[in-house]
Design a binder for this molecule. Structure first.
Ligand code: ZN
Length: 646
C-alpha cells in the first residue's frame, strides 16, 4: 500500500509501512454548503486578518527580537506565543491548496508566508534552536523549564506548519528550519547519557514528529515521538503548580483508566498515541487509546462534543460532571477531539469515531468562530444566564476579536483550511464516506483511485447524492456512514433499493462500479428531543433539541416573550422547521411550544419548605431554537441548550 499512502495531501499522510484499515483521501475539494461558506470566510477574512492580529498582539515582535531585528521587551507573559504564528502558518499552507482561493488573495498570503519564513530563517540560534520566549527572556537556557516552557509544543506546531506548506506547495524552506529544530529535539532528548530524559508539559510534539517522519522518512522522528509517549506519566515533570494530571504526568498512558486533567493536553497526547500506533503497530498503544476514548465518551463529553468541564486548569471533571453554565469546552479541546477521533477512525474503521467527529465538528468546534470570521470564543458554554455580565476576557462567554492567550483562533483556521480531508477514506477494497459535505473526493482503493462527487444540502436535509466519477475495473465496496441519530435510512443504487442493510454504522454496497453510477442516500431528518443520562444532574428533567448532526439552542434574541429560565418545553407538541433570522445565514430554526412560569412577587429568597409547591409553568409560550454554532452572533443575551419539560 506504499503508493496509496504517500499520495495523501492533507494533515495525515501515512508512512509506507503503516498498518491500518483505512487511509486518508488523496484528493478532496469542498464545493458548496455550510462548510464551503465557513471556509470562504476563513480564507477571505480570518486567515488574512490574523496577520494583523498576530502583529498587534506581539507574536511577530517576539520573533523579531529573537532575530535581532527589533528592540524592546518580550510581549506577553505566556511562553507559547510562537505557536500562534505557526498554527496560522499551517492554515496558510493548507489554504494555498484551496482551488477557490482567488489569485490575488493567494499572492497576498504567499508574500506573508515568504516574509514569515525569512524571519524564521533569521531567528534561530546557530544550532537551529528556535523559541523566541527562551531566546529573549532566558538566553542560554533551554529544555530546563519543561513543565511550563512549551518549547516542544511550539516546535511541534512549527513542524506541522512546515509539513503543510511542503505538502501543498513543494517548498522546503520552512521544512528546513523545522527539521533543524526537530533534529535538535531528537539529539537533545532521550534515555542516552548526556541527554535530557524528559517530556514537554504540553503534548503536541508527538503527533508532529510522527507527521515529520511521514513527510521525510527519517525514522529518528518516529522513535523520539515514541520515547516521549513512553516516558510520559512517570513524574518526570515534577511540577506541583497544577498537579500531575494537568501535565498528563500522573500515570503512563498504557495504565491510565480515564481521561484526566487538561483536556487539550490529554487529547493531543492521545492523537500522538494513535499516530505512533499507526506507524509501528504497538497494540498496547491502541488498547490505551480505545480505553480512554470509551471512558471519555461514556461520562465526560457534552452533547455538543465539547470536552473539559472545569475552567480551573481547563480540565476534565468527574464522570457525569458536565455543568452547563460553567462548561469550559475550549475550542482547542474540540479540535483535539476531532484530531483523535479521525486517527481512531483510520485505525479501526469504526463508525462511532466518525459520529463523535461529526458531532464535535458541527457543534463544539464550529461555535468557536463567529459568523463574521472576526470574533472568537474560547470557552463554549451550554447555557448563559439571564443577567450574565461579560468581562470580555479570555474564557468569558462573549465573542472577541482576539485573546491574550490566542491558541484557539489559529487552531480554528488550520482545521477549517484542511477540512476537505476529513470526508472520505480509502481501504484495501473499500471507500468509506463518513462525512456528508458537498464536494469531489478521491481515495485509493487498493492502489487505484476512486473519485466520488457528493451533492447534498446536509445538514439541513438528509438527501445525499453520490456519483461515482472514476473507479477501478475491479469490484470494491462503498461504505457510507449511517449516523447514530438516524432511524430508517434508505439507499438506492442506480434506481434500485440496496439489498443489504446498515451494519455497525455503515451501509456497505460491494459490487463492480462504473463511472456515472448514482447512489441516493436518505437520512430522515426531523427535529428531535434528546434526554440525558439521569446521572447528569444538570440535565435531569430537561431535554435538548437536535436536528441531524446539529445541536440546537434557545437564545434570548429569538425568545423575547419570557425569560429563558422561566420556560418549559412540551415534548408532545409538534415541532416545525422554518428559515431562521437572516442574520444567521441560510439556517433552519426549530419552533416548539411550551409554558412559562409566573413567579410569586413576594418570594424573597429562592427556597421554601418541601411541602410548599412552586407554581407550575402555566402560560402558553412559543419557543424558537437555532443551531448552537450560531449562538452569540446577535449581541450578548441568555442562551440554553437543555430546557425543562412541561
Ligand atoms: Zn485554545
Amino acid at each position: 500500500m506504499t503508493e496509496a499512502n504517500v499520495r495523501a495531501t492533507g494533515p495525515i499522510r501515512l508512512g509506507g509501512t503503516a498498518g491500518t484499515t483505512l487511509r486518508p483521501a488523496t484528493g478532496a475539494a469542498i464545493t458548496g454548503g455550510l462548510w464551503a461558506e465557513r471556509r470562504r470566510v476563513n480564507r477571505e477574512i480570518s486567515i488574512p486578518g490574523a496577520w494583523d492580529r498576530l502583529h498587534e498582539a506581539g507574536n511577530f515582535h517576539n520573533l523579531e527580537l529573537a532575530a535581532g531585528r527589533a528592540s524592546g521587551e518580550y510581549v506577553n507573559e505566556l511562553p507559547f506565543l510562537d505557536s500562534d504564528v505557526y498554527k496560522w502558518l499551517e492554515a496558510v499552507g493548507w489554504v494555498l491548496a484551496d482551488p477557490d482561493l482567488a489569485p490575488e488573495r493567494a499572492a497576498g498570503l504567499r508574500s506573508q508566508l515568504d516574509e514569515t519564513e525569512k524571519l524564521l530563517r533569521a531567528a534561530p540560534q546557530p544550532d537551529g534552536y528556535l523559541d523566541s520566549h527562551f531566546q529573549v527572556r532566558f538566553p542560554g537556557e533551554r529544555f530546563v523549564q519543561l513543565p511550563w516552557g512549551h518549547e516542544l509544543y511550539c516546535a511541534g506546531h512549527l513542524v506541522q506548519a512546515a509539513v503543510a506548506v511542503h505538502r501543498t506547495t513543494g517548498d522546503d524552506g520552512l521544512l528546513r528550519i523545522a527539521r533543524r529544530v526537530a533534529d535538535l529535539v531528537v539529539e537533545s532528548f532521550g534515555p542516552e547519557p548526556g541527554r535530557v530524559d524528559g517530556v514537554c508539559g504540553h503534548p503536541e510534539i508527538e503527533t508532529a514528529l510522527v507527521e515529520l517522519y511521514r513527510e521525510t522518512g527519517e525514522p529518528s522522528y518516529l522513535a523520539r515521538a515514541r520515547y516521549f509517549i513512553d516516558r510520559r506519566g512517570h513524574g518526570l515533570l515534577g511540577d506541583a503548580r497544577f498537579g500531575p494530571q494537568y501535565w498528563q504526568d500522573h500515570q503512563p498512558i498504557r495504565e491510565a483508566p480515564s481521561v484526566e486533567g487538561h483536556a487539550v493536553r490529554q487529547l493531543y497526547l492521545l492523537a500522538g498515541v494513535a499516530d505512533v500506533h499507526l506507524e509501528d503497530g504497538d497494540p498496547s498503544l491502541l488498547d490505551a487509546a480505545t480505553r480512554l476514548w470509551t471512558e471519555m465518551v461514556a461520562t465526560k463529553v457534552y452533547l455538543t462534543g465539547g470536552i473539559g468541564a472545569h475552567h480551573k486548569d481547563e480540565a476534565f471533571g468527574d464522570p457525569y460532571e458536565l455543568p452547563n453554565e460553567r462548561s469550559y469546552c475550549e475550542t482547542c479541546a474540540a479540535i483535539s477531539s476531532i484530531m483523535f477521533c479521525w486517527r481512531m477512525l483510520i485505525i479501526t474503521a469504526e463508525a462511532k469515531y466518525a459520529d463523535l467527529l461529526e458531532r464535535t465538528l458541527y457543534n463544539g468546534f464550529l461555535a468557536g468562530l463567529s459568523l463574521d470570521g472576526q470574533h472568537y470564543i474560547y470557552a463554549n458554554p451550554l447555557q448563559v444566564r439571564e443577567g450574565h455580565v461579560t468581562s470580555g476576557t479570555d474564557g468569558d462567554y462573549a465573542r472577541v476579536p482576539w485573546f491574550s492567550c490566542a491558541c484557539c483562533p489559529p487552531n480554528v483556521m488550520r482545521t477549517l483550511a484542511s477540512l476537505e480531508h476529513y470526508v472520505l477514506l480509502g481501504g484495501d477494497r473499500r471507500a468509506a464516506l463518513h462525512q456528508y459535505i458537498p464536494g469531489r473526493y478521491t481515495a485509493e482503493v487498493g492502489d487505484a483511485p476512486v473519485t466520488l462527487e457528493v451533492e447534498t444540502d446536509y445538514p439541513w436535509s438528509g438527501a445525499i447524492s453520490i456519483r461515482v466519477v472514476s473507479t477501478p475495473t475491479h469490484p470494491w465496496a462503498l461504505a457510507v456512514r449511517i449516523p447514530d441519530w438516524v432511524g430508517g435510512a434508505s439507499l438506492i443504487v442506480d434506481g434500485v433499493p440496496a439489498q443489504t442493510a446498515p451494519q455497525e454504522g455503515w451501509w456497505v454496497v460491494d459490487r463492480q462500479w462504473s463511472s456515472g453510477d448514482q447512489i441516493e442516500l436518505t437520512l430522515p431528518m426531523e427535529p428531535r428531543f434528546t434526554r440525558a443520562d439521569p446521572r447528569l444532574d444538570v440535565a435531569r428533567g430537561s431535554v435538548a433539541l437536535e436536528y441531524g448532526p446539529l445541536v440546537y439552542c434557545f437564545e434570548a434574541a429569538d425568545n423575547t416573550e419570557h425569560r429563558l429560565d422561566d420556560v418549559a418545553v412540551d415534548v408532545t407538541a409538534p415541532l416545525e422547521t422554518a428559515p431562521a433570522d437572516p442574520a444567521l445565514g441560510m439556517v433552519t430554526e426549530i419552533r416548539a411550544t411550551g409554558r412559562a412560569r409566573t413567579h410569586r412577587p413576594d418570594a424573597w429568597w429562592p427556597y421554601r419548605p418541601v411541602d410548599e409547591a412552586y407554581p407550575e409553568p402555566d402560560s402558553p409560550v412559543r419557543l424558537t431554537a437555532v443551531p448552537y454554532y450560531t449562538w452569540g452572533n446577535r449581541g450578548v443575551g441568555a442562551m440554553r441548550i437543555w430546557v425543562p419539560t412541561t
